[in-house]
Design a protein around this ligand. Structure first.
Ligand code: SAH
Ligand code: SF4
Ligand code: F3S
Length: 461
C-alpha cells in the first residue's frame, strides 16, 4: 500500500464515536491514522459515513449497555437511508468488543465487524474483509501493534491541538477483583523508549506543547532503551523533558504499588512535569482494599502522598473511589470518607460498584443493595465537592502559568489549563493561543476559574 493521497473516487468517510477513558480517545485517533492511507477521512456527520466505528468501554455495566442501544440507533439510521444509499459498515472496537466479541455479533445482527484494542493496526484489512463477511478479531497478536500503526501526517497532528495523549504502556497485571481491564486490555506491555521519544518529537514538531502519557498503570512503565535496559517512568520523563517545544508533561493513571522514588524525585527536579497526580485509592478501608486485591493499605497510600508533597509541595491530588464493593460496612465506608478528608483532593471521581462478568468480585457474597450504594455515593461526592471547591477557592489571588489552548466560550475569551489541570477562562486575544503566560486567578465559575493575564503593568498594581 502506498502512502500517497488516495484518488478522489476512493474517498471514504469514517465516523468514530468514543466512550471510556483517555486511552480510547488516543486509540480512536490511531484508528483514524491507520485508515488515512486507505482513503478515509474522519467525519462528524454519520449521514455521510462509509464506516461507523464505536470505540467502547466495558468498565461498568452502564457503559457496556450503552453500546447496544447505540447500535440499535445506528441500525435504524442505516435502514432509514433506503436501498439506494451507499453501503455503510458498522464496526465495534474497544473493550466491549474484546470482552463480548461473539456476543455482540449475536445480539446485534447489523454489526459487520468486531475487533479488540490489540488489532487496530489490522483495521484496513479487517474493513476490506467485512465488505463480504462478518468479521470478529479479538486475538492478542504477537506483533507490536504500535510498530505497525502509521503516524499521522503533520497537518493532522496540528489540527488536533496543542495538547496530546501519548500511550506509553498498555494492559494490566494487577487483577483488582472488581476490574475488567486485565481481561480487555491484556497483560502489561511498555513501548520501547525510542518509539515513545520519536512520537513525542513528532508531536512537538507539529506544535504540541503538552503531552499526557497514558497507561492503565502508567507508572509501571518499564520500556527498554537502546541498550536493552528498562527505563522507569521517572527516567522517561527526564528524556521527554529534553525535547524542545514540549513544555508540559503529565501522566495518568498511576497505581500506588508502582509509585517509585525515581518518579517522586522527577516531580522535585523537573519543572516540565506538572504538579498534578491522579492516584486512585478506591477505598479507605484496609479490609475492603484487601478484598479488592489492591495490595496496599490506606496508611501506605497516605505515606506516598506525603512523600510526593514533600518533593513538590504544591502537588494537587486526584483520585478514584468505588462505593458499595461487596461486604462494605458502614465503618468501611466511613474510612473512605475519612481518607478524602485526610488527603484533601483537588478533584476525584467516584462510582457505585458495578459487578462485572468474569471478575472475582462478581462471585462474592454480601453484594450491597443499590439504594445503599446510591446513598453512600451521595455522601462521598458531597465530601469530595467540598474539598475541590476549597482547592479552587484557594487559587483565587494566586498567579500561575496557564497554557492558552483555544478560544473561550464567549467572544473575546480564551481558555487554558492551570498546572493543576483546572480550566481557566481569560479575557484576552486569540493571538495568544499556544503561549504559556502568567495568569492571576480573579474568580470562580462553576467548573472553571476566571483569570487575567499578568503583564508588567498589571503586576505593578
Ligand atoms: N488503572 C486504574 C483504573 C482504571 S479504571 C487504577 O488502577 O486505578 C478507572 C476507574 O474506574 C477505577 O479507578 C475505578 O474507580 C473505576 N472502576 C473500575 N472497575 C469498576 C467497577 N467494577 N465498578 C465501579 N467502578 C469501577
Ligand atoms: Fe483495573 Fe486494578 Fe488494573 Fe487499575 S490496577 S486497571 S483498577 S485491575
Ligand atoms: Fe473502559 Fe477499556 Fe478504558 S474498559 S476505562 S475503555 S481501558
Amino acid at each position: 500500500m502506498s502512502d500517497n493521497p488516495a484518488p478522489q473516487s476512493n474517498a471514504r468517510k469514517v465516523f468514530i464515536k468514543t466512550y471510556g477513558c483517555q486511552m480510547n480517545v488516543y486509540d480512536s485517533d490511531r484508528m483514524t491514522d491507520a485508515l488515512a492511507p486507505h482513503g478515509y477521512t474522519p467525519t462528524t456527520d454519520m449521514g455521510e459515513a462509509d464506516l461507523v466505528l464505536l470505540n467502547t468501554c466495558h468498565i461498568r455495566e452502564k457503559a457496556a449497555e450503552k453500546v447496544y442501544s447505540e447500535l440499535g440507533r445506528i441500525r435504524d439510521f442505516r435502514d432509514e437511508r433506503g436501498p439506494g444509499a451507499k453501503k455503510m459498515l458498522i464496526g465495534v472496537a474497544g473493550c466491549v468488543a474484546q470482552a463480548e466479541g461473539e456476543e455482540i455479533m449475536a445480539r446485534a445482527p447489523a454489526v459487520d465487524l468486531v475487533f479488540g484494542p490489540q488489532s487496530y493496526h489490522r483495521l484496513p484489512d479487517l474493513v476490506e474483509r467485512a465488505r463480504t463477511e462478518r468479521v470478529v478479531d479479538t486475538e492478542f497478536p504477537e506483533e507490536d501493534k504500535f510498530a505497525h500503526l502509521p503516524a499521522p501526517r503533520r497537518e493532522v497532528t496540528i489540527s488536533r491541538g496543542l495538547t496530546a495523549f501519548l500511550t506509553v504502556q498498555e494492559g494490566c497485571d494487577k487483577f483488582c477483583s472488581f476490574c475488567v481491564v486485565p481481561y480487555t486490555r491484556g497483560a502489561e506491555v511498555s513501548r520501547p523508549v525510542a518509539q515513545v521519544l520519536a512520537e513525542a518529537r513528532a508531536l512537538a514538531d507539529a506544535g504540541v506543547r503538552e503531552i499526557t502519557l497514558l497507561g492503565q498503570n502508567v507508572n509501571a512503565y518499564h520500556g527498554l532503551d537502546a541498550a536493552g535496559q528498562p527505563v522507569s517512568l521517572g527516567a522517561l520523563c527526564h528524556r521527554l523533558a529534553e525535547i524542545e517545544g514540549i513544555a508540559r508533561i503529565r501522566y495518568t493513571t498511576s497505581h500506588p504499588r508502582d509509585m517509585d522514588d525515581e518518579l517522586i524525585a522527577a516531580h522535585r527536579d523537573l519543572d516540565k512535569l506538572m504538579p498534578y497526580l491522579h492516584l486512585p485509592v478506591q477505598s479507605g478501608s484496609d479490609a475492603i482494599l484487601k478484598a479488592m486485591n489492591r495490595r496496599h493499605t490506606a496508611a501506605e497510600y497516605i505515606d506516598i502522598i506525603g512523600r510526593m508533597r514533600e518533593a513538590r509541595p504544591d502537588m494537587a491530588i486526584s483520585g478514584d473511589f468505588i462505593v458499595g464493593f461487596p461486604g462494605e460496612t458502614d465503618a468501611d465506608f466511613e474510612a473512605t470518607v475519612e481518607i478524602v478528608r485526610t488527603i484533601g483532593y483537588a478533584s476525584a471521581f467516584s462510582f457505585k460498584y458495578s459487578s462485572r462478568p468474569g471478575t472475582p468480585g462478581a462471585g462474592m457474597d454480601n453484594q450491597i443493595e443499590e439504594h445503599v450504594k446510591a446513598e453512600r455515593l451521595d455522601i462521598l461526592q458531597a465530601e469530595i465537592t467540598r474539598h475541590s471547591q476549597a482547592f479552587n477557592a484557594g487559587c483565587v489571588g494566586m498567579t500561575f502559568p496557564v497554557l492558552i489552548e483555544k478560544p473561550g466560550r464567549n467572544p473575546g475569551q480564551v481558555a487554558g489549563r492551570s498546572p493543576y489541570l483546572q480550566a481557566v477562562h481569560i479575557t484576552a486575544d486569540a493571538g495568544l493561543i499556544g503561549q504559556i503566560l502568567p495568569v492571576e486567578i480573579i474568580g470562580l465559575a462553576k467548573n472553571s476559574l476566571e483569570g487575567r493575564i499578568v503583564t508588567a503593568a498589571t503586576a505593578a498594581v
